[in-house]
Write a protein of this length. Structure first.
Length: 265
């Protein structure tokens, strides 16, 4: 299996999810009122887990979700999994931001669960949000590959494209972009493909930039841009023109559409 979890997962009914969330939210408010807002994240997580267990909820901490593809393995850890089907992430940040929501969504995809909860203990009042998806593993595998602007300048580029398609067919789309990037680097040669390349201004080297490279003069980039990918294209081209690379092989994840482009100046 490409995705496994360290404990059983059972999809809850919507009502059961809201019932569990209501209990947990009340416990979180009690902890916040008693302990204040200034403690470390780990203390809040530990106390919340203890109180959930005392309230009669099945509570698992640091539930491991493992992504596998061939010999590549990457582990993620869900803060709390309640009643085998309610994942919860606890934060101590100024506010809940998109990166937190994306992390929670990633866990929903890995566990193939529809709902999750985000708590934030740092504000004056406990921050609380739901994360929700209707996607399943199968629906995430229903992707469209766009190669309109793809040109294989070297066999390594085609090797990379086919490897990425294999990953998507195995894992599906929408997961943490870093997982695809790490897997691609792993299969294309490991950390040795990441090099420091010279960056030029007026013909003079003004610094070096870390770049994964397929060949001595073809780099690759991976992004997850749903809005205005054209803006990212322009920035990649601006970067390219100030290096000695001849091209960047760009992969962009736009929900269930995976675009392969060859960028050249």
């Amino acid at each position: 299996m490409p995705i496994t979890l360290s404990c059983p997962v059972v999809k809850p009914t919507k009502q059961r999810f809201y019932d569990v969330d209501r209990i947990v939210r009340g416990l979180a408010f009690d902890i916040h009122n008693e302990f204040g807002r200034l403690l470390s994240e780990v203390i809040y997580k530990r106390e919340l887990a203890n109180r959930c267990t005392a309230a009669g909820l099945d509570c698992r901490r640091e539930v491991k979700a493992t992504l596998k593809h061939g010999s590549f393995v990457k582990d993620y850890y869900i803060d709390l999994l309640l009643e085998h089907g309610v994942p919860l992430e606890a934060k101590t940040a100024e506010s809940i931001v998109d990166a937190h929501r994306a992390q929670s969504m990633n866990y929903l995809y890995l566990a193939e669960l529809p709902h999750g909860t985000l708590l934030n203990f740092r504000p004056l009042k406990v921050g609380h949000e739901f994360v929700t998806t209707t996607h399943t593993h199968e629906s995430r595998r229903a992707v469209t590959f766009v190669t309109t602007h793809w040109k294989s300048l070297h066999p390594r580029m085609e090797e990379m494209r086919l490897r990425m398609m294999d990953l998507i067919h195995d894992w599906g789309a929408l997961l943490d972009t870093q997982a695809y990037r790490e897997a691609l680097i792993f299969f294309m040669g490991g950390t040795g493909v990441i090099r420091l390349i010279d960056f030029f201004s007026d013909g003079h080297v003004i610094g070096q930039h870390e770049m994964p490279m397929l060949t001595d003069d073809i780099g690759f980039a991976m992004t997850s841009i749903n809005r205005s990918p054209s803006l990212m294209r322009r920035h990649l081209l601006r970067f390219l023109i100030h290096t000695k690379m001849q091209a960047i092989a760009w992969i962009n994840f736009n929900k269930n559409q995976i675009c392969f482009e060859t960028l050249q100046t």
